[in-house]
Design a protein around this ligand. Structure first.
Ligand code: B12
Length: 219
């Protein structure tokens, strides 16, 4: 099956076609991560480029996001499996003011697949909500996402708040999203960053001293 077709469905915002294509590809034995990394994400990248060129506007970006989310819902059970453990807990979400949450929900799904119980707070999360949830869940890991150059500053606000509440030592805080660099992550006192969900899980497991994650596949 041609993954470009799936990318095109995302670009067109055709959720029904994206879901149908994904279901057929999985039935054909295609790997869930191939579907995400080589079909859905490249489609979103084109949407972003067209938005930048002013060929696409908010409505196109929104329907594309909906199409991607619909297809992701089909692959989710294959990524998350049934491996959640009561000991490993993570909290994920996008910082205050930022409505982009597709990337960080993918990071959450991959962490679930690696055995974490994940509380996903979604987009636009204030610092205290992140930290209250970390406390309540006894989470070892907090993943903060931001996709806007105007909102990444709220990652620092969240980390500074963790220091203020004397929680910084009890939780590893990772940051990510398109505008985040490793220099920025170091500068704001995060424990690390990576550019994609797969390597994010590897980084988290390594830093927590856990063995390699069980492999994720479609079947
Ligand atoms: C879909 C989308 C939207 C959707 C979001 C829907 C949703 N529920 O998420 C909607 C329509 C809401 C939207 C709105 C806006 N958007 Co928008 N959007 C996008 C788009 C096209 C795709 C983002 C996406 O989902 N990518 C796919 C995912 C899988 O990738 P990802 O998010 O990068 O995540 C991966 C990595 O970054 C990493 N990662 C992510 N988080 C984390 C966290 C951790 C801890 C780690 C380790 C890793 C990690 O792993 C992920 C998986 O591999 C991008 C363009 C692009 N190509 O990125 C623009 C883009 C981000 N948007 C942009 C803009 C400007 C806006 C608006 C301001 C537009 C407007 N005029 O109103 C608004 C902002 C609203 C707000 N307050 O947030 C700009 C940002 C420019 C900038 N420099 O700030 C972009 C880059 C488009 C562009 N080229 O201009 N957008």
């Amino acid at each position: 099956m041609d993954l470009n077709e799936l990318s095109q469905y995302v670009i067109d915002g055709d959720g029904a076609a994206a879901v149908d294509w994904t279901e057929r590809a999985l039935a054909d034995g295609m790997d869930a991560l191939t579907i995400i990394n080589e079909g859905l994400i490249p489609g979103m990248d084109v949407v972003g480029e067209r938005f930048q060129q002013r060929e696409f506007f908010m409505p196109e970006m929104l329907v594309a996001a909906r199409a991607m989310k619909a297809a992701m819902a089909i692959v989710k059970p294959l990524l998350t499996g049934d491996r959640a453990s009561s000991e490993l807990r993570a909290v994920t979400g996008t910082v205050q003011g930022d409505l982009h949450d597709i990337g960080v929900s993918l990071v959450g799904m991959m962490l679930e697949g690696a055995g974490f119980e994940v509380t996903h707070l979604g987009p636009d999360v204030p610092p205290d909500e992140f930290l209250k949830t970390v406390e309540e869940q006894g989470a070892q890991v907090l993943c903060l996402s931001a996709m806007l150059t105007t909102t990444i500053k709220n990652m620092k606000v969240t980390i500074d708040r963790a220091v203020e509440l004397e929680m910084r030592d009890q939780v590893k805080i990772y940051v990510g999203g398109a505008p985040v660099t490793s220099e920025f992550a170091t500068e704001i006192g995060a424990d690390g960053t990576t550019g994609d969900a797969g390597s994010a899980v590897q980084m988290v497991r390594e830093q927590l001293g856990l063995a390699a994650a069980p492999s994720t596949s479609s079947g």
